[in-house]
Ligand binder design. Structure first.
Ligand code: SAM
Length: 286
């Protein structure tokens, strides 16, 4: 059997009871370690808590080495641990499909995901549109396709959850060209970079999808003891120090229920600026 087991958002102990039982009984346990991180744990603390070896699976192994992962899964249990929920934003459907092709049974042990825990910032999950991923811009690659998706959400008055890029085990262009297996330190996009990139694309497109005054909520280290929210305009977010990763950003839609604003006002960096920004933003996309 192939099991995908969600680890939840932060602590080694966020695994579910069923997830832990599956891990303890498996032949091999892999940790998918490139789409998210467990903020208060690492491989050795997982190994200590489970009392067994955990094999780190990088992108290459998960995407190109599925047969290696699935070896023996016809008779033994193999586990792939995924931070958050296995189907929250990162869909491991490729691995599941390959297992089914090989007639290996599959099962999923779900857990909390950023996709649902984001509700803790005070806006209703019902009022979100499409989720968008924001990648790090490089000197000559500044993709803006996210802009159209945010526009579709904003035209319907819906909130947009932006998941921010993570770069783990990346090679510099030079090292790649020279075939040197030297990896750059991990990088996690912070709120300031996300806001700057969003504002740059609005300046380029000028379609008023959002403006520097558009109200947003910054979500940092959700589900961890240092979880933090901040509600502010996009321009204020470009100055905001969000601290340690991980971070996500919500661009608010303008169909805001009073119960939502009553709740998220407690995170306001500047309450009067935010209140007038909410009124102004209400006039866009009408
Ligand atoms: C590709 S998604 C993976 C989601 C994961 N499978 C889940 O279900 O939560 C990773 C991105 O989600 C966001 N994210 C994940 N966990 C987070 C957390 N605890 N706090 C804030 N943002 C988080 C970050 O933007 C991160 O780069």
């Amino acid at each position: 059997m192939l099991y995908l087991v969600g680890l939840g958002l932060s602590d080694v102990k966020d695994i579910t009871v069923r997830g832990l039982e599956v891990v303890k009984g498996a032949k091999r346990v892999y940790l998918e370690a490139y789409t998210s991180i467990l903020m208060a744990a690492d491989v050795s603390s997982l190994e200590e808590f489970y009392g067994r070896e955990v094999i780190v699976a990088d992108r290459e192994l998960v995407e190109s080495g599925s047969d290696q992962i699935l070896e023996g899964a016809g008779k033994d249990d193999i586990v792939m641990l995924v931070v958050g929920d296995p189907f929250g934003a990162t869909t491991h459907t490729d691995l599941m499909l390959r297992a089914r092709e090989l007639e290996i049974k599959t099962d999923v042990v779900h857990n909390a995901s950023v996709m649902n825990a984001v509700g803790a910032c005070g806006v209703q999950l019902y009022n979100f549109g499409q989720t968008v991923s924001l990648v790090f811009f490089t000197e000559n690659w500044r993709p803006d396709s996210f802009y159209d998706k945010i526009m579709e959400n904003r035209r319907l008055g819906l909130h947009t959850l932006l998941l921010l890029d993570i770069k783990v085990k990346e090679q510099s262009l030079e090292n790649m060209a020279r075939g040197r297996l030297i990896y750059e330190p991990p990088r996690y996009m912070d709120i300031r970079t996300a806001a700057e990139q969003l504002l740059e694309i609005e300046e380029k497109r000028e379609e008023k999808c959002y403006t520097p005054e558009t109200p947003c909520i910054a979500i940092s280290r959700l589900g961890s003891p240092t979880q933090k929210f901040a509600a502010a305009t996009l321009a204020e977010m470009a100055e905001y120090d969000s601290g340690e990763p991980l971070h996500s950003l919500v661009i608010l839609g303008n169909r805001i229920h009073e119960l939502e604003s009553d709740y998220f006002m407690q995170w306001a960096i500047n309450e009067s600026t935010l209140k007038s920004a909410l009124v102004e933003d209400g006039k866009l996309h009408k």
